[in-house]
Design a binder for this molecule. Structure first.
Ligand SMILES: NC(=O)c1ccc[n+]([C@@H]2O[C@H](COP(=O)([O-])OP(=O)(O)OC[C@H]3O[C@@H](n4cnc5c(N)ncnc54)[C@H](O)[C@@H]3O)[C@@H](O)[C@H]2O)c1
Length: 215
């Protein structure tokens, strides 16, 4: 049964991957039970924040016992949809596209990379870990034939919008966009942007702020 979390704020949802990561680490260390206070020390959120966050999903903890780490890990995984599998393609098989294709962990969470697409004849026909780099001309046909659900955009920013539109017209459900541009697609397609430079600029700001405070 699909539970409805549509009224849970995105701020809470965006914290779930961090809970998931810490719970995985705990399981690897064979820690099976944890209080919100102990979790708070590890994660850096307050204990009351943790209780509030997890209560949004029905509350997993038990007074006097804390959280069952395995159960919480599995449940957060389910809320995040990590118990499902997704078919993906990468568009743009340059530095970043190849790095993502070479990263083995996404498959562990159910994201199956089917193919990479590029326009560069030198790359087309090559393989990254057994996965073909294909000609962009076949994108729509391939997506339809293989029921691809997610397109990962790793092209230069100048062509990202055009690529996004082709993905949208091919009926992908989601786009993971790494190009530093805000792409526009029909609202039924979910877009998640990863703008690495924005994070880097925040680091730069914080470094400068620290220097200014130190005089
Ligand atoms: N490399 C990084 O660490 C990094 C970090 C943050 C963001 N990005 C962004 O990710 C994108 C890719 O970066 P990169 O370093 O891999 O660049 P890159 O130049 O190495 O690769 C881009 C690839 O896209 C291909 N391409 C160009 N037009 C295309 C099209 N219309 N359809 C399909 N493929 C096309 C090119 O042939 C090339 O292989 C850029 O938008 C960049 O700003 C990269």
């Amino acid at each position: 049964m699909n539970r409805d979390f549509s009224n849970v704020s995105m701020a809470v949802i965006r914290r779930l991957p961090k809970y998931h990561r810490y719970l995985k680490d705990l399981l690897e260390k064979e820690v099976y039970r944890i209080s919100s206070r102990e979790l708070s020390k590890l994660i850096g959120f307050t204990a009351s924040q943790i209780r509030q966050d997890l209560n949004c999903f029905g509350g997993f903890g038990q007074q006097g016992y804390g959280y069952n780490v395995e159960e919480l890990y599995q449940e957060i995984g389910k809320i995040l949809g990590l118990n499902k599998t997704y078919t993906t393609v990468i568009i743009g098989a340059g530095n970043l596209g190849q790095a993502i294709a070479n990263y083995p962990s996404f498959i562990k969470y159910g994201f199956k990379l089917m193919g990479l697409f590029d326009i560069n004849p030198k790359l087309i026909g090559m393989k990254i870990r057994d996965i073909d780099i294909l000609d962009l001309d076949y994108l729509e046909e391939y997506i339809s034939k293989n029921k691809v659900e997610i397109g990962i955009i790793c092209t230069p920013k100048e062509v990202a919008q055009e690529v996004a539109e082709r993905l949208a017209d091919s009926n992908v459900k989601g786009i993971w966009n790494f190009a530093p541009v805000d792409i526009k697609v029909p609202k039924e397609i979910i877009v998640e942007n990863v703008h690495l430079s924005e994070s880097l600029f925040i680091l730069s700001y914080l470094l400068n702020e620290k220097e200014n405070l130190q005089g």
